[in-house]
Write a protein that binds this ligand. Structure first.
Ligand code: NAP
Ligand code: ZN
Ligand code: ZN
Length: 348
């Protein structure tokens, strides 16, 4: 049994603190990775504070994992010892339902197994995430990384990257399309990079105009202060797609009014309270509100390969794990450009 050190929350009120536990030896098709880097997603903060009401403690968060393969089962073929592997938000699924057979394991009919804080399909233990020294996972749920990319900056691609890449592809962000991104944080800055790279005309909506110069550098064609009524009004009925990455409750009608006929507002941000909106903003132009969650294994690898070809990574601030509680406070104040990533060598 590999022993693992990590940082865990013991309750919704307690800060993360050092925590020791064990992981199983890798099964026949599993690999064990020594974790090098793990990104800090806002979902980790929602989860440790039980904002979605489904927390299980002790909780070791972390689902943007990059590590080195250090052991494998005897039927495992995908990686060689010493290679780099990446693990994201899901680590298992039923593997026989319709979505799983299509490579859309995140939509598994029986429920995908998340990287942390859910019962493990193999041994029934509660999964422990990537703020830790190692991880054991079936090779099907681990990804290869293009060799030339910076590993710390790759880690956030495993959640922030795929969560924005997938809906931008699904709703066909590209040349001739006007695409809005709401919120310039971890997800938002990846959405900007992808939408720009796909060739769309990209408008960044933000509550903080101090992010304007960054947004332009990251790929925005225009930056809009979402509290400025006049500027918002100038964009009425003009968007093909708006991707909303905001982590806190906010008014959806402000964005529904900006959609063209038949256009879509896609929600990926997960505030802890349900949104409300005016149905008239839907019926009068047949607009849609939709949602999207991370991506399946095939699309996640496609996204990583795309990032390799186009030199896309996350803008990161690397921190030692001892600073993770401080990082959460800074994340809430939007004091990070634009993703914290934990250097796991700080755990030794
Ligand atoms: P983040 O880095 O904290 O970014 C959130 C952004 O939302 C902020 O930078 C800010 O942008 C905006 N914002 C924050 N509070 C706001 C408020 N009160 N009103 C309006 N805007 C506000 O968080 P993240 O890691 O990108 O995650 C964003 C959300 O996506 C979280 O809820 C997370 O749980 C969720 N998520 C969903 C999935 C999925 O599969 N669907 C995957 C990962 C994460 P501005 O300063 O520019 O306004
Ligand atoms: Zn995440
Ligand atoms: Zn399934």
């Amino acid at each position: 049994m590999p022993s693992s050190k990590g940082y865990a929350a013991l309750s919704a009120q307690s800060p993360l603190a050092p925590f020791a536990f064990t992981r199983r030896d890798p099964g026949p098709t599993e690999i064990a990775v020594e974790i090098l880097y793990c990104g800090v997603c806002h979902s980790d903060l929602h989860m440790i504070r039980n904002e979605w009401g489904n927390a299980i403690y002790p909780m070791v968060p972390g689902h943007e994992i990059v590590g080195q393969v250090v052991a494998m089962g005897n039927s495992s073929k995908k990686f060689k010892l010493g290679e780099i592997a990446a693990i994201g938000v899901i680590v298992d699924s039923c593997r026989h339902c319709v979505p799983c057979n299509k490579g859309e394991e995140h939509f598994c009919d029986e429920g995908a197994t998340l990287t942390y804080a859910v019962p493990d399909r193999v041994d029934g233990s509660i999964t422990m995430g990537g703020y830790s020294t190692n991880y054991v996972v079936d090779e099907h749920f681990a990804h290869s990384i293009p060799a030339h990319l910076d590993l710390a900056a790759v880690a956030p691609l495993l959640c922030a990257g795929i969560t924005t890449y997938s809906p931008l592809r699904h709703w066909k962000a590209g040349p001739g399309k006007k695409v809005g991104i709401v919120g310039l944080g971890g997800l938002g800055h990846m959405a900007l990079k992808f939408a720009h790279s796909f060739g769309a005309h990209v408008v960044q909506f933000t509550t903080n105009l101090r992010k304007r110069e960054d947004a332009l550098k990251l790929g925005a064609d225009e930056v809009v202060l979402s509290t400025d009524r006049d500027v918002m009004k100038a964009h009425t009925k003009s968007f093909d797609l708006i991707l909303d990455t905001v982590s806190a409750p906010h008014a959806l009608d402000d964005y529904l009014t900006l959609l063209k006929q038949d256009a879509t507002l896609t929600l990926v941000g997960l505030p802890d309270t349900p949104p409300s909106f005016g149905v008239f903003n839907l019926i009068t132009r047949r607009t849609s509100i939709a949602g999207s969650m991370i991506g399946g294994m095939i699309e996640t690898q496609e996204m990583l390969d795309y990032c390799g070809q186009h030199n896309i990574v996350s803008d990161v601030e690397v921190i030692p794990i001892q600073k993770v509680n401080e990082a959460y406070e800074r994340l809430l104040k939007q004091d990070v450009k634009y993703r914290f990533v934990i250097d796991m060598s700080s755990l030794d």
